[in-house]
Ligand binder design. Structure first.
Ligand code: SF4
Length: 186
């Protein structure tokens, strides 16, 4: 759930970092953001490959299709991405309160509880908000947020290309991602 929306001061190189600094954040390693049925961790194919390289396992063990499916005609239903698979309502990579893939965790985890939407900073609820942080830490977070926004923009463009160029087989469920069309059943 999003708690606030603020201007990121576009045009000023450090405005975003200053805004993050003024909010304050320090991860408490409580694992709260890694639990809950509504906490979907969206991942791009390249991030899934990073997770598999670090933790092993198969694609199907690591991720599940994003649960919102769209009608594609001819009995086809498709969704536009992947989420990390959950065990008993928690991310499968959470052990106790510890992330077991910390060094390879996806961008969405690296930047939580912040995200950029149309260059504006959005902040989700988190017990770590309001904590003191250094400008260096705020700058690192700002850079990670910009990198995530660029990656998401590129992903959106590539998925749109795939959708316009690749057909989906009739009567099947598919995932359309930056790699192409993956048929889930059949
Ligand atoms: S990958 Fe790590 S940080 Fe991200 S939701 Fe899973 S356990 Fe939490």
């Amino acid at each position: 759930m999003i708690s606030s929306r603020r201007s990121a001061g576009e045009g000023e190189p450090d405005a975003l970092a200053r805004e993050i600094l003024s909010i304050g954040f320090r991860c408490r390693q409580c694992g709260t953001c890694c639990r809950g049925e509504d906490h979907l961790v969206l991942v791009m194919p390249e991030e899934v490959r990073d997770l598999l390289a670090r933790a092993g396992g198969t694609w199907q063990e690591a991720v599940e299709p994003y649960p919102e499916f769209l009608e594609g005609g001819n009995g086809t239903r498709y969704t536009l991405g992947w989420c990390i698979r959950r065990n008993s309502g928690a991310c499968r990579y959470l052990s106790g309160d510890i992330c077991t893939v910390h060094g390879s965790r996806p961008r969405i985890c690296r930047t939580y509880p912040f995200m950029l939407v149309d260059n504006r900073l959005e902040v989700s609820p988190c017990p770590g908000l309001g904590a003191l942080m250094t400008m260096e830490e705020a700058q690192a977070l700002a850079s990670a947020l910009r990198e995530r926004a660029l990656a998401e923009e590129a992903e959106e463009e590539q998925v749109a290309r795939v959708l316009s160029m690749c057909g989906m087989p009739a009567g099947h469920r598919c995932v359309v991602d930056t790699d192409g069309v993956r048929v889930l059943d059949g």
